[in-house]
Design a binder for this molecule. Structure first.
Ligand code: NAD
Length: 390
């Protein structure tokens, strides 16, 4: 064992009725070794206290604001104070909170999109470099074992060079103006001040972009994008369509939508290579479809030895035998396992195993912000292709 104590976790955001904070609380503790000790859970300090009570946490470590959390936690001795803090607030708060935490020496797990602007993202890259703190970004879809298998197959070259990537993320929950009813998650997501310059693009387009770049090991360099707000009066896009040019001459298509009635979380990706292709669906995550030229389609199933023989990362991210489905929480937890193992190694001054280095980081957050910046510029432009900023 690298460290003979649990890691102490704090949280900012994730108050009563919030969505993703609770997922972080569950996933971070799925494998043990992590203890939630406190937080500033809500923008309203009274609700934050209520959350701490519901979670049966020490009242003294439930704070009114993130600033108070930092100030009071720093008064505790190392080993007792929070080792890392998960930032689960709406997007506009990610940068100031993550920045303050890193500068105070806390490791950070941050929700996506990482910031509101490219300038903030670049600044966070520098702060992580300077502070040497561990920074994780919750692009949870790369935590699935079969996505790791897809990555190792595609990058390993067994299907030949990549030619084309098709990635989609349709949802239907914003097909009507539910933000006008005060629905908590829709209200801030459709407000540019809290969400950023692109609604659907920031909320789920960045997941699609991150998944494509993760599996292929390539970077999008140019884009031809179209953004639409289908719902009357909505200030941000609720539908995204783009053509992509990756490096190495690879082409792609990305579409994300929140007005596709009946769609839930239908994230799916196909990677077409010279002699074969792979296909993966988030709603059926235990399977990877592999098609090789002249052969019948093969369905690879999570938890089998033949998966581990190709991908050590997929084997590491698997808890149950094949046929017992694993899904969203386990994939989320896989990012936490690699993130927290890296922190443990850092505290114990031990070199981490390379397999632990497999979680989205601050540089992925910058890629996401460059994607959004290009998306918005391209959609406004009459020009066919828009290049990513360097
Ligand atoms: P939410 O509206 O359900 O919850 C946000 C919470 O943050 C609320 O409790 C709110 O009171 C609190 N909050 C706001 N400002 C705060 C502040 N300054 N200090 C402390 N608490 C504050 O939102 P959500 O759907 O949980 O989304 C939160 C973040 O997670 C967003 O950035 C979103 O993009 C991201 N998200 C990621 C995934 C994923 O799959 N990785 C899924 C959903 C949401």
């Amino acid at each position: 064992m690298v460290l003979d104590r649990t890691l102490k976790m704090g949280m900012v955001g994730g108050g009563p009725g919030a969505f993703i904070g609770e997922v972080h609380r569950k996933a971070s503790r799925l494998d043990g070794g992590v203890e939630l000790v406190g937080g500033a859970f809500d923008i309203d300090p009274r609700k934050s206290k209520q959350m701490a009570k519901d979670l049966i946490l020490d009242k003294k470590r439930c704070y009114g604001t993130y600033k108070e959390l930092i100030e009071k936690e720093l008064q505790l001795p190392e080993g007792e104070r929070m080792d890392f803090v998960a930032v689960c607030t709406p997007n506009n708060w990610h940068y100031p909170i993550a920045r303050a935490l890193l500068e105070a020496g806390f490791h950070v797990m941050c929700e996506k999109p990482m910031t509101l602007t490219v300038a903030e993202a670049r600044s966070l890259v520098e702060i992580v470099k300077k502070t040497k703190c561990v920074f994780g970004l919750m692009h949870n879809y790369t935590g699935y074992p079969m996505v790791k298998l897809a990555r190792d197959m595609v990058r390993g070259g067994r299907l030949g060079a990549v030619r084309k990537i098709v990635v989609k993320y349709p949802q239907g929950w914003l097909a009507t103006a539910i933000e006008k009813t005060g629905q908590m998650q829709a209200s801030w997501r459709t407000d540019p001040k809290q969400s950023g310059g692109s609604g659907c693009g920031g909320d789920i387009g960045t997941h699609a972009e991150n998944l494509a770049e993760y599996i292929a090991g390539l970077q999008i360099q140019e884009m031809c994008a179209d953004l639409t707000s289908f719902v009357k009066g909505r200030k941000l896009d609720d539908d995204v369509n783009c053509l992509l040019k990756f490096n190495k001459g690879v082409k792609g298509v990305l579409h994300a939508s929140q007005i596709s009635v009946g769609e839930e979380n239908n994230l799916a990706i196909s990677v077409h290579c010279e002699t074969g292709s792979i296909e993966w669906h988030q709603e059926h995550p235990n399977y990877l479809y592999v098609r090789e030229m002249g052969q019948p389609e093969h369905v690879y199933k999570r938890g089998n030895d033949y998966v581990g023989a190709i991908s050590a990362a997929a084997a590491r991210g698997t808890r149950l035998p094949s046929g017992h489905p694993e899904a969203f929480l386990e994939a989320f937890a896989n990012n936490y396992v690699n993130f927290t193992d890296t922190i443990r190694c850092k505290i114990a001054r031990v070199k981490p195993d390379p397999l632990m280095d497999d979680f989205p980081k601050v540089t992925d957050g910058l890629r996401g912000m460059l994607f959004l910046d290009t998306l918005i510029t391209s959609a406004k432009s009459k020009q066919k292709w828009t290049k990513f900023k360097k």
